[in-house]
Design a protein around this ligand. Structure first.
Ligand SMILES: Cc1cc2nc3c(=O)[nH]c(=O)nc-3n(C[C@H](O)[C@H](O)[C@H](O)COP(=O)(O)O)c2cc1C
Length: 393
């Protein structure tokens, strides 16, 4: 007998629908924690709307009966150019949320990046055996702690290290202020009422809520209290971070090193000069500096500055397969998704993330077929009519 299709699955026909499903399932403060951006959320909105300013010029007569969505990155084949990006507190959305998402990514044949702020530890994620797995870190005031995390990632056999550069001071996320949501999650009366209204989530999380913590920051014998850990984490981040730190990390980490949070072409050039292996053009999904350029708007100048010396990846506002095709047509190697995978986790754990990745796969495949391209290396500027970026090459 075939299993009945779950209710959510019938409705999860695109990423926006997955967001709606997540909104219906999660307590408001938790939904907003993931969904929101900094201040007036201009950068958040622009991340998405920038894709509407880039138009595709299809050539269906090229014939594209079969399409190959795979790419090669750091010598590994990925089955599609969509990677699951690092998002903190994944385990707040679903029990063991990070490992669910990682399994879904691996099953789909793509990479998963664990956040510094995951609920599970980086060792627990590694125990799943999923690969490629990337680890995201920061530069801490105590440089010894950056070293410690990096060495732990090396010992746990992570395939790449991602240094996020745009989070040394926490962005001003006003939805969280309005909802009384803080990191660590603490709920006022309204928050508690919102939680109680979402009985499914509350029931599912009943055992895990007590254990929500920043797993990677725990030290033997220290308090597991997320409140003291979050305080320590915020105090740990160092806004005086500089290129010396990148150079030090480069010496310490021998596998691929990726810089995430690059928007300025000068920084992109410097990164390449410091021996970085790839860049992620990103503004942290509009969660940090409101008013920062959207990732897609920043991409062309960065590609010019890099001149093909290292792969350039992008995240922020990628909600459709056609968005991925547009980013690749401009010259990006691959895209990362942040919120969409969290919406998937919130809706159905591993199956939800699997569905989100499948939506991108189907949409990219369809867009390629309609454009008349059979492989990703055929996607270039000749596929674009852009109003702002100028005529195609
Ligand atoms: C809830 C949440 C938590 C995040 N945590 C991290 C993090 O710990 N480290 C990091 O580098 N980026 C983090 N990000 C940023 C994402 O990696 C990514 O840059 C961004 O979400 C991409 O935009 P998108 O959500 O529009 O796809 C987080 C994003 C969200 C939504």
């Amino acid at each position: 007998m075939t299993e009945p299709v779950p209710h959510w699955r019938r409705h999860a026909f695109n990423v926006a629908a997955m967001r709606d499903l997540a909104r219906a399932k999660l307590p408001r403060p938790i939904f907003d924690f993931a969904d929101g951006g900094a201040e007036d959320e201009r950068t958040l909105r622009r991340n998405e709307s920038a894709f509407a300013d880039v138009d595709l010029l299809p050539r269906p007569l090229n014939g594209a009966a079969t399409r190959d969505l795979s790419i090669e990155l750091f010598g590994r084949k990925l089955r599609l150019p969509v990677i699951v990006g690092p998002t903190g507190l994944g385990g707040l959305f679903w029990p063991d949320g990070e490992r669910c998402a990682a399994r879904a990514a691996a099953a789909a044949g793509t990479a998963y990046c664990l956040s510094h702020g995951s609920v599970c530890t980086l060792e627990q994620l590694a125990e799943t055996g999923i690969s490629p797995r990337w680890m995201q870190v920061f530069i801490y005031r105590d440089r010894g702690f950056t070293t410690e995390l990096t060495e732990r990632a090396a010992k746990a056999n992570y395939d790449a290290l991602v240094l996020t550069t745009d989070n040394q001071m926490l962005g001003n996320r006003e939805r969280d202020l309005r909802n009384g949501f803080t990191i660590p999650p603490r709920f006022g009366l309204n928050g508690l009422a919102a939680m109680a209204l979402k009985a499914d989530w509350l029931w599912r999380m009943r055992n895990d809520l007590k254990r929500i913590t920043f797993g990677n920051y725990l030290r033997p014998g220290e308090s597991t209290d997320i409140k003291s850990l979050a305080g320590r984490m915020a105090a740990l981040l160092d806004p005086s971070m500089s290129w010396t730190d990148v150079a030090d990390l480069r010496k310490l980490w021998t596998k691929p090193l990726i810089l995430k949070g690059i928007l300025h072409p000068d920084e992109a050039k410097m990164a390449v000069e410091h021996g970085v292996d790839a860049l992620i053009v990103s503004n942290h999904g509009g969660r940090q500096l409101d008013g920062a350029a959207s990732s897609l708007d920043a991409l062309p100048a960065i590609l010019d500055a890099v001149g093909g010396r290292v792969p350039v990846l992008i995240d922020g506002g990628i909600r459709r397969g056609a968005d991925v095709v547009k980013a690749l047509a401009l010259g990006a190697k691959a895209c990362l998704i942040g919120r969409p995978q969290l919406w998937g986790v919130a809706v159905a754990g591993e199956a939800g993330v699997a569905r989100v990745i499948e939506i991108y796969r189907q949409e990219i495949d369809r867009a390629m077929g309609l454009c008349g391209v059979t492989s990703l290396d055929q996607i270039d500027k000749s596929l674009l009519l852009t109003k702002r970026i100028g005529p195609s090459a």
